[in-house]
Design a binder for this molecule. Structure first.
Ligand code: NDP
Ligand code: MG
Length: 384
């Protein structure tokens, strides 16, 4: 039987690559619903190609335009954040691909797990904000979670068939757009330079997050929740080639790595096809053409954001929620040219310094802290 997919964030980088995977295996996968935030024209085009039962535009101001664009089809059109969570929990869906960006991904992650779906999760922010709640829901009504993030997919793949405890995981980082830029020059870099990632083509927010290593910090938190690790079991290494996607070291010192040419379709497809593998036209990695695979330590002065991940793991509670909210606001302000590049970290640090932590938060507490942290970050930015 075909797996019936709700694709949240179909117009984004992960969303489009998920559709490529579906297109390649029409006998295996079927798109039941697709959602976007504001790019309604692209959503309408995708809907005409994949003919889902329903589409959702999260920003309701585009509802009329989208409805009109699909008026001659049977596709149901909905609008608003709640509708995104509703299509994720719908009875005719087997798998939810959560390819939303930011805090907006949390509620649909929760809704899919509560409804017993398999959640193929790209939206790492769900785990950064509320990893305790999200992981606590895995198993409800038979629900499951499979990571799409390449590092976590690599770790997941290394763990298949293993039953012994791990000594540690080694998460690799490309180093982002400024890996060869001296720290002193970072205050003058431009948005265009920051958006030029050396190895991956991704959405704007994660490309900036990769350059500040906030993305890697988020991935440390993500790894803690997905694999139940202690902070000291998660190591990060800069690996400029992005060929080793991450590694697991076992108790006997044996290390397993998952390697390949950088291509997000591989972890997306694996999340959908697990435990099987399906054919993909991904190129074979040529070791002889790329004989150098190098690793180095992260410069903690140049990339202060990485330490914040370990701070969040130690503190728990709403620390990750504050980190995520302040970062979302700061990255949007940088992309909007309202602050400089190094102000991103300053905004996050300010939010941590200003806001108290809430222990054992509920989803409502997270929502409240998310709002508060955004407000504090906006205020800080307005004064700069
Ligand atoms: P994009 O910005 O390319 O796409 C985001 C998608 O979410 C779009 O469909 C967008 O709609 C929609 N969206 C944005 N904001 C909202 C909102 N407030 N409510 C509802 N929908 C919204 O992001 P990526 O595909 O790059 O990343 C998606 C997630 O996957 C992120 O969490 C990222 O960290 C993670 N990830 C991405 C990787 C990549 O290679 N891109 C690799 C590993 C992880 P619209 O187009 O209308 O704006
Ligand atoms: Mg990643």
């Amino acid at each position: 039987m075909k797996q019936r997919i709700a694709l949240l964030g179909s117009t984004g980088s992960i969303g489009c690559q998920t559709l490529e995977v579906v297109e390649r295996h029409p006998d295996m996968f079927e798109v039941i619903s697709m959602t976007a935030h504001s790019r309604w024209q692209q959503l309408a085009e995708q809907a005409r190609q994949f003919m889902p039962d329903s589409v959702v535009i999260a920003d309701p101001t585009h509802y009329a335009a989208l409805s009109e664009a699909l008026a001659d089809t049977d596709i149901k059109v909905y609008a608003g954040d709640e509708a995104v969570a509703q299509v994720a929990a719908a009875g005719n869906v087997d798998v939810v691909v959560n390819a939303l960006v930011g805090y907006a991904g949390l509620a649909p992650s929760v809704a899919s797990l509560r409804a017993g779906k398999k959640l193929a999760l790209a939206n790492k922010e769900s785990l950064v904000v509320a990893g305790d709640i999200v992981m606590g829901l895995v198993g409800t009504e038979g629900s499951a979670l499979v990571p799409i993030d390449s590092e976590h997919s690599a770790i997941f793949q290394c763990l298949v068939g293993e039953h012994s405890p791990v000594r540690k995981v080694i998460v690799t980082a490309s180093g982002g757009s400024f890996r060869d830029t001296p720290a002193e020059e970072l205050s003058n870099v431009t948005v265009e330079q920051a958006l030029r990632h050396p190895n991956w083509s991704m959405g704007a927010k994660i490309t900036i997050d990769s350059s500040t290593l906030v993305n890697k910090a988020f991935e440390v938190i993500e790894a803690r929740w997905l694999f139940g690790l202690r902070p000291e079991q998660i190591e990060v290494l800069i690996h400029p080639q992005s060929v080793v996607h991450s590694m697991v070291e076992f108790e006997d010192g044996a290390i397993k790595a998952q390697l390949g040419t950088p291509d997000m379709r591989v972890p997306i497809q694996y999340a959908l096809s697990f435990p099987a593998r399906l054919e993909l036209d991904a190129p074979s990695f040529d070791f002889l053409a790329n004989p150098e695979l190098t690793f180095r330590a992260v410069d903690r002065v140049k990339y202060p954001a990485l330490d914040l991940a370990y701070h969040c793991l130690r503190e728990g509670g709403t620390a990750g929620c504050i980190f995520n909210a302040a970062n979302e606001v700061a990255v949007a302000a940088f992309l909007g040219r309202r602050i400089g590049y190094t102000d991103i970290y300053k905004t996050i640090a300010h939010a941590f310094d200003t806001l108290p932590l809430v222990a054992r938060p509920t989803l409502d507490d997270y929502a409240e802290v998310n709002r508060e942290a955004r407000r504090v970050a906006e205020q800080f930015i307005a004064k700069r």
